[in-house]
Design a protein around this ligand. Structure first.
Ligand code: HEM
Length: 243
């Protein structure tokens, strides 16, 4: 829309609007004029004319520009209504916590009284391990559970609150109840902040001949079997921005 050729094509329109502004000012000689408002209104008039097109009689080019502007503007409005990159980023963290939970089992609990759970009797005093990893990999709970799909957390069609507070039993990356992770708010912010800062500040590549290997080794916490080694290079325009 604002390419040189399009601006060139709208030269007559711009000239008209500026001339009109000059004429207006001329009629107000000797009085005070708000220059900022004048410039703003003139620019707005040009844009509005481009937006609705066909301002200059019989000039096809103007119609084309108007149509193009409308297309761009409607795409923009459409985009504004959609979840943005920051949603996608936090959804990516949520999905990472699901697909790669740090502790596969929550802290063990002891049942304070006998109860029935999923058709099983849990006698009073039993030590209970909650295997959240197997919940996250259960196709009855998560569609295509082994796929990395941040969009599943977008909450568009479902009323689930996918937060970290431990209220949805399908998703407990920081546990639930009185023994849930006391570091959750710190961890939530730091993971996002550190990851976003790294992505913003550096490009990265793998060492020669290496591939990304996501295999994991089970334990009290799940670890990557092979550490991820990446070679960073600066992305920001000036080295002083890293100080
Ligand atoms: C991404 C980072 C982290 C994850 C995914 C995570 C996850 C968890 C999980 C699942 C539990 C078990 C909760 C339960 O059984 O209900 C837990 C417990 C715990 N976490 Fe974290 N955690 C993280 C970071 C932290 C940090 C930063 C701290 C401290 C500053 C912390 C301190 C603790 C402690 C002390 C417990 C034991 C709580 C208890 O048994 O009462 N964690 N964490």
């Amino acid at each position: 829309m604002l390419s040189n050729s399009n601006l060139e094509a709208s030269y007559n329109l711009r000239k008209d609007k500026v001339q009109k502004a000059i004429r207006d000012v001329y009629t107000k000689i000797g009085t005070s004029i708000d220059i900022g408002e004048l410039a703003f209104v003139t620019e707005l008039n040009v844009v509005m004319n481009l937006l609705w097109g066909g301002t200059i009689d019989g000039d096809d080019k103007q119609d084309k520009i108007g149509a193009e502007f409308r297309k761009v503007a409607s795409k923009f409005v459409d985009l504004m209504g959609k979840p943005n990159i920051s949603d996608f980023f936090s959804n990516s963290c949520q999905e990472t916590f699901r697909l790669h939970p740090r502790p596969p089992l929550l802290v063990p609990r002891i049942s304070s009284q006998s109860c029935m759970l999923g058709g099983y009797t849990i006698p009073k005093g039993s030590r209970v391990f909650l295997n959240t990893w197997s919940v996250y990999m259960d196709p009855l709970v998560w569609e295509n559970p082994s796929n990395f799909n941040p969009e599943r957390f977008l909450n568009i069609d479902n009323d689930k609150l996918w937060d970290y507070l431990g209220n949805s039993f399908e998703y407990l990356p920081f546990g639930s109840g009185r023994r849930k992770c006391p570091g959750l708010h710190l961890a939530e912010k730091m993971v996002m902040y550190v990851l976003a800062s790294l992505l913003h500040s550096f490009d990265r590549k793998l060492p020669e001949g290496e591939n990304v290997d996501l295999s994991e080794t089970f334990g009290i916490v799940i670890r990557k079997t092979k550490p991820l080694i990446a070679i960073p290079s600066p992305r920001l325009s000036s080295l002083s921005m890293y100080e």
